[in-house]
Design a protein around this ligand. Sequence first.
Ligand code: NAP
Length: 268
Amino acid sequence: MNTLTRPARATPAARTLLVTGASRGIGAAVARRAALPRHGGWDVVVNYTRDAAAAEAVAADVRTAGRRALVVLADVGDEAQVMAMYAALDAAVAAGRLAPLAGLVNNAGVVDQPARVDEMSGARIERMFRINVFGSLWCAREAVRRMSTKHGHAGGGIVNLGSAASRIGSPGQYVDYAASKGAIDVFTLGLAREVATEGVRVNAVRPGIIETDIHASGGIPDRVQQMAPMVPMQRAGTADEVAAAILWLLSDEASYTTGAVLDVTGGR
Ligand code: NAP
């Protein structure tokens, strides 16, 4: 059959992807890529905490790609703010300004200054787990309530951002971060099995060294240059390379993949 006679592909039903921490880095790359027709043409909720202008720029790119976007300020480490974010999403869906939720990327995450465990304050450890672990659980819980067939919905996908740190432990740098990402690996496995018959697939991506601002936020702006020689591929990855793996896990191409933890590390 040539291209002239091939029947047009049915337009997939509109659906919304919520990306936490989408104002920059991997989250922004996921949001921008998700809106493109060849990656599913998702409507996108762009969550952020600090940089409204950057979040609006990501939303503008989603709209330029022909999809709808909602920008929501919410600290995922605060359960009340997570609930308010989902309330804003629900209101937009009810008003016909967004498609129903069918995907969540639990991307928001933080590191901290290099330190040994015996130097860490309680407040630091608590912040790390509130944002990286509790935030991911709260967001996933609300997504399951809105996507699972058990709750009368059409199903969907969740991708959690882990880290190669959960295999390495990050001694002398941020063991608290590595431990929080270890929790993400186990959460991914358990939730995937829990909702496996409910139309919801749950997977994780574990990036290695990726060129984003997270390293500067942890006080090591040249971490990418320091670490690249230790990567078998001899380079850092890009946010878009991680986004590609995430969009694949969310796609129908990954229809039999759940509970998987996919390393995107250049072989590290
Ligand atoms: P990044 O460049 O630092 O961006 C982090 C994003 O998260 C920003 O959009 C930030 O928004 C947002 N954010 C921070 N705290 C938040 C909170 N409490 N609530 C909501 N949003 C929040 O980070 P990245 O490198 O893209 O990393 C994304 C994910 O990949 C993280 O989970 C990280 O642990 C993981 N990861 C990254 C690497 C790497 O090498 N880059 C490696 C392994 C794993 P504002 O700026 O507006 O606050």
